[in-house]
Design a protein around this ligand. Structure first.
Ligand code: FES
Length: 103
């Protein structure tokens, strides 16, 4: 199966928040949607913006630069000007620690 590596304590990503971590040399955004953790690439696919500086609205992250949106569960671009999906990472929660799958 997948090999997971440690990312972050779950308490560092409160309900409804997003936090940027470094994962094997890449910037990854981790989202807490009603207690479920999701992870995507941190950089918007439309430009040089960090999604962890954006706004998490339910399961959607709004980019802080041009207000495009993505579904954090799938990485799918859901609002213009974004039309390229985000890379996603599998997450796993164990003993209060969020693990990310190797890319
Ligand atoms: Fe994210 Fe333009 S950089 S919507």
């Amino acid at each position: 199966g997948d090999i997971f590596s440690t990312a972050i304590e779950a308490t560092e990503v409160p309900l409804g928040h997003v936090k940027k971590v470094m994962h094997e040399g890449s910037e990854v955004a981790i989202y807490n949607v009603e207690g479920c953790f999701y992870a995507t690439q941190d950089q918007c696919t439309h430009g040089l913006a960090s999604l962890s500086d954006g706004f998490l609205i339910g399961e959607f992250i709004e980019c802080p630069l041009h207000q495009g949106m993505f579904d954090v569960r799938t990485g799918e671009a859901t609002a213009a000007p974004c039309d390229i999906s985000l890379k996603t990472y599998k997450t796993s929660l164990k003993d209060g620690v969020i693990f990310l799958a190797r890319s």
